[in-house]
Design a binder for this molecule. Structure first.
Ligand code: SAH
Length: 215
């Protein structure tokens, strides 16, 4: 197992200061990000990139989200201890671990089998044994484990997947980037009642595409 050295911890603290300067104010989210060694989610050769505020390739044409994006999406979810949370787009597993550190019961789906296997092993090796990982198409959600208090999509969708709204509890949030091209708008949908959905927008982001089917 790779180590978390003083150097990594120092760089991580600097990243937290950068996030504060960028306007991230949620102390619980910052605390979780200060704890989790992000370099362990990147290949060793690219470790130096782990504590810069940038997205980074993790293989299989995918990226680990920019730390600031993780902080914003996590803040929008407003995680309470014991919340049942579905993440769509496991990728490196970093976001799933942040949700777990905040006390959520995490279910996460990835559509690429290679990435799924690699990340599933990493999560076990890191001791995040409570995170439940699934290989599948996130468009379908996870009906067997629904409803979820919170749902997070970490890939750029072109429209709102109705299945995911159906799988929210009343009062639950769905945080999802939606857009036609390379840029998406961050939306937070709230299921106010069975009939009423509210939505708020939170600026522009760039995600890898939310694709149908598995691979
Ligand atoms: N949350 C990740 C970042 C993921 S990048 C992290 O913390 O590292 C987006 C991920 O969504 C990619 O791994 C991609 O393969 C996955 N993805 C795209 N479409 C999907 C779908 N329909 N279902 C599940 N995962 C999907």
């Amino acid at each position: 197992m790779r180590r978390d050295t003083y150097k990594h911890q120092g760089l991580r603290q600097q990243l937290i200061e950068t996030l504060r300067k960028e306007g991230i104010r949620n102390e619980r989210v910052l605390e979780a990000m200060a704890k989790l060694p992000r370099h362990l989610f990147l290949e060793k050769a690219f470790e130096e990139w782990a504590y810069k505020n940038v997205a980074f390739p993790i293989g299989n044409d995918q990226t680990i989200s920019q730390p600031q994006t993780v902080a914003i999406q996590t803040t929008l979810l407003d995680i309470k201890k014991g919340d049942t949370v579905l993440e769509v787009g496991t990728g490196s597993g970093y976001q799933a671990c942040i949700l777990s550190l905040l006390g959520a019961r995490v279910y996460t789906i990835e559509r690429q089998s290679k990435l799924f296997k690699r990340t599933d092993k990493l999560l076990r090796d890191l001791g995040f044994v409570a995170i439940r990982t699934f290989l599948g198409d996130g468009y379908a959600g996870l009906p067997m484990f629904a409803p979820f208090d919170k749902i997070l999509v970490t890939a750029g969708a072109t429209s709102l997947p109705e299945n995911l709204i159906d799988q929210l509890t009343i009062g639950g949030h769905l945080v999802i980037p939606i857009g036609d091209g390379e840029v998406q708008t961050m939306w937070r949908y709230t299921k106010v009642s069975e009939e009423e959905i509210q939505r708020e927008s939170f600026g522009k982001f760039k995600f890898v595409p939310f694709l149908k089917g598995t691979q």
